[in-house]
Design a protein around this ligand. Structure first.
Ligand code: SAM
Ligand code: SF4
Length: 335
């Protein structure tokens, strides 16, 4: 299908990331405060509304849909949403249906996700040490996540591990994590910690471990070859020649990737964020709820929102403070 969503900088928007809940069964220190106040249910799009919203975007040329949160798999009834979205895979309009998860519920849902057409899943995992895992996620338990990863692979899905690079936390595990992923034939992406939300005493500048430094460390042990492949997002990829592994680096702070940006993000309340690092947003829920049987106003609101997509973001740690900081949490916009 010809993309119909072209922003003012001639970028075609073909990738939608949707947060289906702001809730989570973990409380990762860089993402949430321990005592979070979550949204009242009536603020959230219902599963039917999520379906209508995503289907409208697919009708406008979105080919890749990533479901995220909060923790998407703790949303009640979420499997029926995945099952329903699979009709767009069957029709060929949607090329990929995928999700980002903390893995805690994968053991339960892996087979159903595969049956709904999910072939790849990103699982966030910052450490292989049980005690450290409990510390960074506050409420998470490592064995449960490891069982989830096994279940996903057994069901037939490709698993990619997302690691947030945290200075003084997982620096010492770099090679263990790389080898562990290689043994299980899993790709791996390192993410720089971003200045999201107000997390009280969490020192984000002090925690900042540049993925450029991660790459430099890898070069001490491996032959690292740059890959030209881009995802339209902030990730850059290399191959480790000795293991054949593909490794991604997400550098939202130290590089400008905005020129090739092909994505927008929707919150669980139906707000569309045109850029991860800017506050510009459009309320699509209003257009959706005011016209139950008619998608015309919703489609008009989507076009209008895409017409406001900014050129880029302003994150910057270079002056030893978190410039361009936005006040919302990643769990709100969906990482
Ligand atoms: N709960 C799911 C998970 O953890 O994968 C999906 C939502 S989570 C917000 C998506 C991704 O955002 C995770 O990989 C997480 O590590 C990352 N993330 C959360 N807060 C972050 C921050 N401040 N900086 C960088 N990445 C962050
Ligand atoms: Fe939950 Fe994911 Fe945020 Fe951790 S990063 S608190 S798992 S939403």
């Amino acid at each position: 299908m010809t993309p119909q969503l072209i922003d003012p900088f001639a970028r075609a928007i073909t990738y939608l990331r949707v947060s289906v809940t702001d809730r989570c069964d973990f409380r990762c220190v860089y993402c949430m405060a321990e005592n979070m106040t979550f949204l009242p249910k009536k603020e959230l799009l219902t599963l039917e509304e999520l379906d209508r919203m995503c289907s409208a975007f697919i009708g406008l040329g979105v080919e890749k849909l990533r479901i995220t949160g909060g923790e998407p798999l703790v949303r009640k009834g979420i499997m029926s949403f995945f099952e329903s979205m699979s009709r767009h895979l069957d029709s060929g309009a949607l090329k990929e249906l995928t999700l980002t998860t903390n893995g805690s519920q994968l053991e339960r849902f892996a087979d159903q996700l595969y049956a709904a057409g999910v072939r790849r899943v990103n699982v966030s995992l910052d450490t292989l040490d049980e005690e450290k895992f409990a510390r960074v996620t506050r409420w998470g338990r490592l064995p449960q996540v490891l069982r989830g990863i096994d279940a996903a692979q057994k069901a037939g899905m490709r698993v990619k591990i997302n690691v947030v690079a945290l200075k003084g936390f997982n620096e010492d595990e770099l090679f263990d994590i790389v080898r562990w992923c290689a043994e299980r034939d899993m790709d791996l992406t390192f993410i720089e910690v971003m200045p999201m939300g107000d997390l009280g005493n969490e020192d984000r500048v002090g925690q900042f471990w540049s993925v450029k430094d991660v790459r430099d460390e890898l070069e001490a042990e491996y032959t690292v070859t740059d890959l030209v492949e881009r995802s339209g997002g902030p990730a850059r990829y290399v191959r480790l020649e000795e293991s054949g592994q593909k490794i991604g680096f997400i550098t939202p702070l130290s590089h400008n990737f905005c020129e090739s940006c092909n994505r927008v993000r929707m919150t669980c309340t139906g707000e569309l964020y045109m850029c991860l690092g800017q506050e510009d947003r459009a309320d699509l829920r209003e257009a959706l709820r005011a016209h139950p049987g008619d998608d015309g106003p919703l489609i008009e609101a989507i076009h209008k929102a895409i017409g406001l997509k900014p050129k880029g973001h302003d994150f910057d740690y270079s002056r030893q403070r978190a410039d361009g900081q936005v006040s919302r949490h990643m769990s709100h916009t969906g990482g």
